[in-house]
Design a protein. Sequence first.
Length: 237
Amino acid sequence: MDKYLLFYYACIGMGFLLGTVYLFCVRKKYGISVKETLQMSFFGLCASLVGAMLMAHLYNAIILVVSDGQMYAASRFRLFGVLLFSPLIVKGAYALAKINSDLQLDLYAAGTVLALGMAKIGCFGYGCCYGIASENGILNRLTGTTVVPVQLIEAAFCVVLAAVLMFLVHRKKCVGLIFPIAQIAYSVPRFFLEFLRHYDYAVEGDIFLHLSVWQWFAVLTTLIGILWLAVARRKRA
C-alpha cells in the first residue's frame, strides 16, 4: 500500500481512537462501566462506518445525476456521513431498544469532530481535498503547486470545536444538545471553507446555484441540527 494512503488511513484510525480514549476519560463521571464504554465505542464505530457508507452512496448518486450518468470520483466511504447519518442511526437503534440516547450522543460528538479533523490531516498528507492555488500556500505533492492548506485549516478548527464540545458536555443546560450543536458548528464553517477548495471535476464543485455538493451537504446538516435543537428545546419547555 502507498505510504501516503497508509498515513491517511492511520489518521482516520487515530481519530476514532482519540474518541474512544475520551469516552474512557469521562466514563466515571457518568457512572459508565468499562464494559459499557467498550460497547459504546464499538457501536459508535459501527454507526460511523454505516453513516460514511450511506453518505458515499448518496454522493455517488448525486454525481451520477448531475453528470448525466458519468461517475468521476466514486467512493465507498465519505466521512461527512459520520456527522449527518450516524446520530440518526444511534437514535433509531436506541429508540427501538427504548433507551434514551442523549448521553451517548453527547459523548460521541467531540470524538466525531476529532475524527473528522484527523481525517483532514490524513488528506493533507495524502494530497487530496486540497485548496485553490496560492503563491503563499503550501506545496501539494499531487499537483506540484502551492495551494491553500484548507485541510489543515479545517483540522485545526475541528480540534478547537472538539475542545468546546468537551466543555459543554458537562453543562446541565446542554444535555441532549451537544450533537446538534456539533452539526451546526462544524457545517457552517465547512460551507465557507469549500470556497477555498479546488475541485478536479467541475460538476462536483457546482451542482446547483454555483455551490459544491459538500456545501449543500453542509446546508442540510445545519438544517437538521437546527431542527433537532428546536425539537429538543420544545420538549423541555
